[in-house]
Design a protein around this ligand. Structure first.
Ligand code: BDR
Ligand code: CA
Length: 317
C-alpha cells in the first residue's frame, strides 16, 4: 500500500534522516514538506529540506512551503546551534539546489492539499505543531479531510528534554499542541518514551557505509558527518557514547509500520500554564475526566528493529 505523506518539520539533524528515509521508502510518496521554527528557522529548514530532497533524488517533485517563524503567542523560539549546528544540519554543506520554496504559507499548503486529496494524506509532524494549528484555524474540517496525523511529540513517563517534564516540540508551542490534541484528528503521538529508546550508533553507520546501495553513497556520507555532530551533543548532554536517539525517523516509521510500537489510546490535554509543568501532556488515566478525543500514545518500542527498518531504506533494492 502506498502511503501519501505530508511532512512538517524543523530540519534538524534527526529531521534530515526522517526526510531521507521517507524519500527512499518505496511505499511512501512525499506529497510535500512544510517547515516551521524550532531546530533552526522555518526558512533555513526549508532550504535544508530542498537540499536533502536533491540528495535523495526521489524521481518526483516534492514542493516545500515555509511556515511559522514563531509560536501562536508570537514568541520566537531561538534555534539550537549547540544541538543541530549553525545551519540545522550539523554544519554539513550540502550542494545548493535550484528548487525554490513555494510562495504559499505552509498552513495554506496543508489546507489545499487536504482538500485536494480528502482522506488520503498522512501528515507527520516532526516539529512544533504551529503550522497544523494554523491550518486548522483556516479549515475547521481538517480532521475529516486528513487521513491521520502522526506527531513526534511529548513525554509521558520519561523526563522532558526541553524542561523538567516537557518535550521540545510541545514546549516550543504548547497552545498549538493542545489545539491539535483536542481537534479530533486520528492522532498518533510518538513520544520520547519510545524515541529515546530508538538509538542510532556509530556501528550502525559503519554497517550502512559497508552495505548501502551505491546510489546512496552521498546520503551515507552526509549522515556520517551530520550524526557525528549529533553524537557529540548527546555525549555532552546525557553521556551517550557514539549514539543518539532518532526521534523524527521513528515517527515516519510508525506512520508506515505501527507494529514497531505498542500504543495506548488516551484522552489528553497539554498544560499551558504551569511554571514547572509547561508543555506537559496530562492524560486521563481514569478515562472519563476529560471529554477530549482519544489519541494513541506510543509507550513501548522494539528499538533495534526500528533502526534496522530505517537503515533498510538505504540498503534494499
Ligand atoms: C524533537 O525536538 C527536536 O530537536 C527534534 O528534531 C525532535 O523533533 C525531540 O524532542
Ligand atoms: Ca524535529
Amino acid at each position: 500500500m502506498m502511503n501519501y505523506m505530508l511532512i512538517d518539520c524543523d530540519t534538524g539533524i534527526d529531521d534530515s534522516l526522517a526526510l531521507l528515509f521517507a524519500l527512499k521508502r518505496k511505499d511512501v510518496r512525499v506529497m510535500g514538506v512544510t517547515t516551521g521554527f524550532g531546530n533552526s528557522t522555518a526558512t533555513q529548514s526549508a532550504h535544508n529540506s530542498i537540499r536533502l530532497i536533491q540528495l535523495a533524488n526521489p524521481g518526483y517533485d516534492v514542493p516545500v512551503a515555509i511556515g511559522a517563524e514563531h509560536a501562536l503567542n508570537g514568541k520566537r523560539g531561538d534555534p539550537v546551534p549547540h544541538i543541530h549546528g549553525k545551519n540545522g544540519i550539523g554544519n554539513v554543506k550540502l550542494p545548493p539546489a535550484c528548487q525554490k520554496p513555494l510562495e504559499e504559507h505552509a498552513a495554506d499548503f496543508i489546507v489545499r492539499m487536504a482538500r485536494m486529496y480528502p482522506q488520503e494524506l498522512t501528515l507527520v509532524t516532526l516539529g512544533r505543531m504551529t503550522n497544523l494549528a494554523l491550518a486548522l484555524q483556516k479549515e475547521p474540517a481538517l480532521p475529516k479531510l486528513i487521513k491521520n496525523v502522526v506527531a513526534m511529540a511529548g513525554a509521558l513517563y520519561v523526563p522532558g528534554n526541553a524542561n523538567l517534564t516537557g518535550e521540545a516540540n510541545i514546549v516550543g508551542d504548547a497552545p498549538a499542541a493542545d489545539i491539535v490534541l483536542t481537534a479530533g484528528f486520528d492522532l498518533t503521538m510518538v513520544t520520547l518514551d519510545v524515541s529515546m529508546r530508538t538509538r542510532l550508533t556509530a556501528q550502525h553507520l559503519e554497517y550502512l557505509d559497508t552495505v548501502c546501495r551505491e546510489e546512496n553513497r552521498a546520503i551515507v556520507d552526509y549522515l556520517k558527518e551530520a550524526f557525528s555532530f549529533y553524537f557529540h551533543y548527546y555525549r555532552r548532554e546525557i553521556n551517550f557514547i557514539d549514539s543518539c536517539p532518532v526521534h523524527d525517523p521513528l515517527a515516519i516509521l510508525v506512520a508506515v509500520d505501527p507494529s514497531v510500537v505498542l500504543m495506548r489510546k488516551m484522552r489528553a490535554r497539554v498544560e499551558t500554564m504551569g511554571s514547572l509543568t509547561y508543555g506537559k501532556i496530562v492524560t486521563d488515566l481514569r478515562e472519563g475526566r476529560l471529554d477530549t478525543p482519544f489519541a494513541a500514545f506510543c509507550l513501548e518500542v522494539d528499538g533495534e528493529r526500528a533502526i534496522q527498518s530505517i537503515l533498510a531504506a538505504f540498503t534494499e533494492p
